[in-house]
Design a protein around this ligand. Structure first.
Ligand code: ADP
Ligand code: MG
Length: 139
């Protein structure tokens, strides 16, 4: 059965452009409940560790640079069918291919600076949430 938790980050480009409020509004209006949230600036080491699964890919180095270039907002979200529904809300990785009305279509700069992260599985949602939050920081 699909889990209820997903993890998202508002990436540095979207944070810098002051899209945080608009993105959180879309998230809430889509029925997600915020279980934990913080604003944080990642070190290169932290960004590299978070995206370790992509190590070796051509975009990895610039992704780590980008994700450590400014503040991000890390958020744990709860909803039925969280992973799939959130991926639908954010749209495709490449914003040019993202559906109309999705977060990435509205707020991405390009494929790398694509406004938000979204977990790809129940297992990774927990790993990613644990990367940023201790259990005492969840409500
Ligand atoms: P998603 O974030 O949709 O799950 P991936 O897990 O494949 O996508 O990639 C992680 C992140 O790496 C993307 O959100 C994007 O910021 C960046 N990225 C992925 N593919 C590319 C690419 N071809 N060029 C530049 N950046 C990329
Ligand atoms: Mg991914």
């Amino acid at each position: 059965m699909a889990g209820k938790i997903t993890f998202t980050m508002i990436k540095p480009s979207a944070f810098k452009s002051n899209y945080t409020g608009a993105i959180l509004k879309m998230i809430n209006e889509a029925g997600f409940v915020i279980r934990a949230m913080k604003t944080i600036k990642l070190t290169k080491e932290q960004a590299g560790a978070f995206y370790a699964i992509h190590e070796g890919k051509p975009f990895y180095e610039t992704l780590v640079e980008f994700m450590s270039s400014g503040p991000i907002v890390a958020v744990v979200l709860e909803k039925e069918n969280a992973i799939e529904d959130y991926r639908t809300l954010i749209g495709a990785t490449n914003p040019e291919k993202a559906a109309e009305g999705t977060i990435r279509k509205l707020y991405a700069v390009n494929m790398q600076q694509n406004a938000v992260h979204g977990s790809d599985s129940d297992e990774n949602a927990i790993i990613e949430s644990d990367f940023f939050f201790s259990k005492t920081e969840w409500i």
